[in-house]
Write a protein that binds this ligand. Structure first.
Ligand code: NAD
Length: 386
């Protein structure tokens, strides 16, 4: 079968297995080129490990720290002549590459919000890992079923209180559009907190602690985003921002629970990058296109893998802010960078999108998420689907 990209709005519904594999390999090669990270975790559990920041975390853990890893993710497998999702191919490739270098690399494909998957991970740790010394929490999901109540919550990307009026770009048609989004209801704010807040992270840690599978000095880190003013109404001051506030509160609760192991719970505020989750947030793809142009011109552009190498190689200590968060977004938030973003923002339109921004680079990154446009892949070659 010849596999081509089929872009529908902010998602591509096809994925190229060879391209995804090469993407994983490119990130592995980057990590190897940076060198081994000493005094690093050796048994790492990554929740949300198949794409974006979670995949990059797992690659750094496995190839930079030389750690054994368990990756938990929720992806569509390749079955009966049907394509799998990009994350499925990434996870499969990562296991293959890691095992070839003698590391334990186990993947669990299922709903991380459920107690059944938590139980499966604990059984696997007991069987093959004994204990875990680092847990990365990198889930991004549109819905969550609460394992206690059985109720399913759907997250929304909406402003709070006032409607949002602003610009965005349609990735598919390359048009810069004015959009208006009504504020979220109280119910929607709460649902987004249930999905993207820290409740599930805390539940994972509680169950891992109760099972006695966490090592002394264990560290756990979840990811957040703050960004510039242009995205605040929809992000930091919106429903997702409220959920991230909850995630930060959960870090404090988890910290208390880990005291007896002298462990640490951390929040890392990461840079804006192209992932499946971020492509779906209004305004962000346009902001990223402008940001990338500026950061590339200044020679300070980073993707997921560069960010995660910085996180692990700084031993989770890079640029702590006044409330103790790790700030990997320090280059994105530099005054000179944000001043230039601010100057371009009001002028950007469909006509000048490709000159005032790096939309070309953004779109290339977007297609690469699904294994397309990857150097060295023969896209004319038949791909066998099992
Ligand atoms: P992503 O879409 O690339 O990855 C999401 C991961 O979660 C995938 O591995 C997916 O399989 C997994 N997942 C989703 N639902 C699941 C479920 N029910 N069970 C198991 N796994 C599930 O997202 P991302 O952008 O890498 O986001 C990861 C974290 O990083 C999020 O907390 C996000 O807010 C944060 N972050 C992202 C950016 C950015 O620009 N993308 C910036 C800063 C922080």
């Amino acid at each position: 079968m010849i596999i081509e990209p089929k872009v529908r709005g902010f998602i591509c519904v096809t994925a190229h297995s060879e391209g995804c594999k090469k993407n994983v390999l490119r990130q592995i090669n980057y990590v190897k080129s940076q060198g081994e990270i000493v005094d690093s975790p050796k048994k790492v559990l990554i929740i949300g490990a198949s794409t974006g920041y979670g995949l990059a975390s797992r690659i750094v853990a496995s190839f930079g720290c030389k750690a054994d890893t368990i990756g938990v993710y929720f992806e569509r497998p390749e079955t009966e002549g049907k394509l799998g999702s990009a994350g499925f191919y990434n996870g499969r490739s990562l296991d293959e590459f890691s095992r070839a270098e003698g590391r334990l690399s186990e993947s669990i494909n299922g709903d991380a919000f459920s107690d059944a998957i938590k139980g499966q991970a604990i059984a696997l740790i007991r069987e093959k890992f004994s204990q875990i010394d680092c847990i990365i929490y990198s889930l991004a999901s549109p819905r969550r079923t609460d394992p206690v109540s059985g109720e399913t919550y759907k997250s929304v990307l909406k402003p709070i209180e006032a409607p949002f009026l602003g610009k965005t770009v349609n990735t598919d048609t390359e048009q810069v559009l004015e959009i208006a989004i009504d504020p979220a209801t109280e119910e929607e704010i709460e649902a987004t907190r249930k999905v993207m807040g820290g409740e599930d992270w805390e539940r994972w840690i509680e169950q891992l602690l109760a099972a006695d599978v966490l090592a002394k000095g264990v560290r756990t880190c979840a990811y957040s985003y703050i960004g510039p003013e242009v995205t605040w109404p929809i992000y930091t001051h919106g429903t997702i921002g409220r959920a991230k506030d909850h995630l930060e509160q959960s870090a404090k609760n988890i910290q208390n629970k880990l005291e007896k192991l002298q462990g640490e719970a951390m929040i890392s505020v990461n840079k804006a990058v192209v992932t499946q989750a971020s492509s779906a947030i209004p305004v962000v793809p346009l902001y990223n296109s402008i940001l990338f142009k500026i950061m590339k011109q200044k020679g300070i552009h980073e993707g997921c893998i560069e960010q995660m190498y910085r996180l692990f190689s700084s031993h989770f200590n890079a640029n702590r802010d006044e409330v103790g968060r790790i700030r990997l977004d320090n280059l994105e938030m530099r005054d000179d960078v944000q001043r230039e973003v601010k100057a371009i923002w009001p002028r950007i339109s469909t006509e000048n999108l490709r000159t005032l921004s790096d939309f070309g680079g953004y779109y290339q990154d977007f297609l690469r998420l699904f294994g397309f446009g990857v150097a060295g892949v023969d896209y004319g070659k038949d791909i066998e689907i099992s």
